[in-house]
Design a protein around this ligand. Structure first.
Ligand code: SF4
Length: 422
């Protein structure tokens, strides 16, 4: 009965959407007869209520006990003139909106505020998440929170991250813990955590021992899945019942994909394999992450309704990835590792004591080359202190390159970043 219901969901979804192009995502169900899925237990998901539009499945967010959609809207873009994406998410039960006080120079939060001003009744349906970007003190965290509340026209934020982009467990201070407790008592936030895309394993391992982190957002994708330290850190957080949200799920490279695609046989192999299986690559990477039962949700930047509907279709599709699918992604990760910065900043920072910005620069170049988000990449690059930027081209990166586990050509990429972002 359940399988029948799911088939009906997919059929109705296509019918409702009239969505050309989604066939490549949903056609994945054809592969089910060709190969048996993994023997692992399927991930426990909560079947959504039936509505006119099918809603994405929900999962529990760790110790919060809150049901959230397994797909969240990442909003690193201007929402003031893109209200349609907010409205569209709600049709599919994607009621988890992730923003930050610095996304699109504040225009992400202001866009949410514009929406909630017009439709205040929507607020109670939402799980709203924001972050204290570039806050160095608890006083700055408080300032950022107050600004976010004001911009978004809301009295509270469901989950608040500070730091935004944690890179060192030393940032999880007692003072921050007291602030988080105070913000909860004042009913300004419901839950507290942090986001991280540098030194993730260290930050997660430390968080698991703290006892006052409700949920966190970390980079996690088919590449990082191969890292035993990352696996152990996610295990520790899962055992501590911390809700885990995955971001950067597509595993985009710092080096432009076009350049890699022409160079690696693994890339062609992956593309051909996914084509045969009927999966679009980005949607397959989301399914791969959500196949990990420790992950509550994949937070994905979705600036257009077309991308949203493709991703919704992917998470609604019940075709499970097979062991062969996973193995091919693993081979692809290995073959293209020299194009991907894994965020292990402590390694290159130790070799470049005066220049602890390499992993940030690699990420900004990824935004430029793989996301096509040139303005954001330049804006972030401009925030690197001038004394560091002035030294970038005259620095010797050979020691950092020798230690880099991904074998990134760091010097070459830094030079490319300076040329494109400065
Ligand atoms: S450049 Fe290399 S060592 Fe530095 S964070 Fe990236 S992958 Fe790790």
């Amino acid at each position: 009965m359940k399988g029948k219901q799911n088939n009906i969901d997919r059929r109705n979804f296509l019918k409702t959407m009239g969505a050309a192009g989604l066939g490549s995502v949903l056609a994945g169900c054809k592969g089910k007869e060709e190969e048996q899925p993994d023997t692992a237990e399927p991930v426990a998901e909560i079947e959504p209520e039936q509505t006119e539009f099918p809603h994405v499945p929900q999962r529990i967010l760790g110790k919060t006990g809150i049901k959230i959609p397994c797909l969240a809207l990442g909003t690193m873009f201007n929402l003031i003139d893109n209200q349609i994406i907010l409205r569209s998410t709600l049709k599919y039960g994607v009621n988890y909106w992730d923003t930050s006080n610095n996304y699109a120079g504040g225009n992400s939060e202001l866009g949410i505020g514009k929406y909630l001003e017009r439709s205040p009744e929507v607020r109670k349906e939402l799980f709203l998440v924001s972050k204290a970007s570039r806050a160095r003190t608890v006083a700055e965290v408080e300032e950022r929170l107050q600004l976010s509340l004001e911009r978004m026209k809301t009295d509270y934020i469901d989950l608040y991250y500070a730091p935004h982009g944690a890179s060192d467990p030393a940032q999880f201070t007692d003072e921050l813990k007291q602030w988080a407790e105070s913000a909860k008592k004042r009913k300004l936030i419901r839950f507290f955590g942090f986001s991280t895309h540098s030194n993730m394993a260290q930050c997660l391992t430390a968080a698991a021992k703290l006892g006052w982190i409700d949920a966190l957002m970390t980079s996690y994708n088919f590449r990082l899945m191969q890292d035993p330290q990352m696996q152990a850190a996610i295990d520790a957080c899962h055992e501590a019942n911390i809700g885990i949200i995955a971001m950067k799920t597509t595993g985009k490279t710092t080096i432009s994909r076009f350049r890699l695609a022409l160079e690696t046989a693994a890339d062609k192999k992956l593309i051909e394999h996914l084509l045969q299986r009927g999966f679009a690559q980005e949607q397959a990477t989301i399914k791969l992450v959500l196949g990990d039962e420790r992950i509550s949700c994949a937070c994905v930047g979705m600036e257009s309704v077309a991308v949203l509907t493709a991703n919704v279709a992917a998470v609604l599709d019940k075709t499970e990835l097979t062991q062969t699918d996973r193995e091919i992604f693993k081979q692809y990760a290995e073959a293209t590792c020299s194009g991907y910065c894994a965020g292990c900043a402590e390694i290159c920072n130790a070799a470049l004591a005066d220049l602890p910005y390499v992993s940030d620069i690699m990420r900004y170049l990824m935004y430029y080359n793989s996301y096509g988000d040139k303005d954001r990449a330049r804006e972030l690059f401009a925030q690197i202190p001038a004394r560091v930027r002035n030294k970038l081209l005259s620095t010797d990166y050979s020691t950092a390159e020798a230690r880099c586990p991904q074998h990134l050509p760091i010097g070459e990429l830094v030079a490319e970043a300076v040329g494109k972002l400065a």
